[in-house]
Design a protein around this ligand. Structure first.
Ligand code: NDP
Length: 284
């Protein structure tokens, strides 16, 4: 039987309506949630991502600021800009669009963002809080995956979740969030031996690798939930995930397509985190 499609576009739209309602309430209390996005250099893909984030802010009634800095800006100047935003009361979320130029230390930049405004959830303090099950800004893509499953009514506790990929922004935190929800988690990566042996045991398989046609039907168990995080281009230049959709969807129980799967949830959770940060200022 064909897998049920997890429609990220529909679920994101529903979540955005809820967020817009909450934004109205917060604004009535005198605070407009504000997101500052810093774009260093002129990377074409980054520019598109940044534009989409600003558009989402506008649609949800949030304040957004784009700070464009030249490719050759020094690390000190960038850190100074972040420090300014840390102290700006109209800004509740700060995001530095990655990648940044190689002469700037990415870790130092991430750590310079106030953990209270780290709406990307990349700061070690938020990662540590997430790991220890405390309230934290959760990284947007993994968080989006959890919301997709919740909305589909897919239970997690006791399931075997296999995550392929261990990046700091997707794979590692995704596995941690599943662990927090009482799954048994296996991480796979480029040094994993006999990948299929692991993936074929997954009740829930998350692929965050970045290689087109990487996951085929023989990687998965009949009826598995398959979450495709990959955003790749196929030979025809068309956007595609890591999963060979046609054959895997014939065997899986649930599957996220690419596009219209995980992708729309990432920006939605960024908006959610910015709103949460603004709400936090009302409580403090
Ligand atoms: P990274 O390149 O940082 O990580 C890729 C991971 O895949 C690494 O952990 C790597 O292992 C692993 N890997 C590579 N080759 C293999 C292999 N042959 N077998 C098993 N594992 C392998 O990518 P990201 O985590 O940043 O992103 C992953 C994908 O998700 C990309 O396509 C990206 O575009 C997409 N993405 C999508 C988002 C969305 O909103 N939908 C948001 C963010 C990313 P190792 O650690 O050993 O090198």
């Amino acid at each position: 039987m064909a897998a049920k499609i997890i429609n990220g576009t529909e679920i994101a739209a529903k979540k955005r309506i809820e967020i817009a309602e909450e934004v109205k309430k917060v604004k009535n209390s005198g605070v407009t949630p504000g997101l500052a996005v810093i774009l260093v250099g002129d990377n074409h893909a980054s520019r598109t991502y940044v534009r989409n984030k600003q558009k989402a802010c506008q649609e949800l009634g949030m304040h957004s600021v784009l700070i464009e800095l030249p490719q050759e800006i020094s690390e000190t100047e960038l850190l100074f800009k972040i420090e300014e935003l840390n102290g700006d009361q109209n800004i509740h979320g700060i995001l530095v669009q990655l990648p940044i130029p190689k002469h700037i230390d990415e870790k130092r930049v991430i750590e310079s963002i106030s953990p209270l405004k780290d709406v990307d959830g990349f700061h070690p303090i938020n990662i540590g809080r997430m790991m220890t099950g405390q309230d934290a800004f959760l990284p947007c893509t993994p968080y989006g995956i959890m919301v997709l499953l919740e909305e589909m009514g897919i239970s997690i506790a006791g399931k075997h979740v296999v995550v392929v990929g261990r990046s700091n922004i997707v794979g590692k935190p995704a596995g941690q969030l599943f662990l927090n929800e009482h799954a048994t988690v296996t991480y796979c990566h480029s040094k994993t031996k006999d990948l299929k042996k692991h993936t074929a045991q997954a009740d829930i398989l998350v692929s965050a690798v970045g290689i087109a046609n990487f996951i085929t039907a023989d990687h998965i168990k009949e009826g598995a939930v398959v979450i495709d995080v990959g955003m790749n281009r196929n030979d025809a230049g068309k956007l595609c995930g890591d999963v060979v959709f046609e054959e895997v969807s014939a065997k899986a129980g649930y599957i996220t397509p690419v596009p219209k799967g995980v992708g729309p949830m990432t920006i939605t959770m960024l908006m959610y985190n910015t709103l949460k940060s603004a709400k936090n200022t009302l409580q403090s």
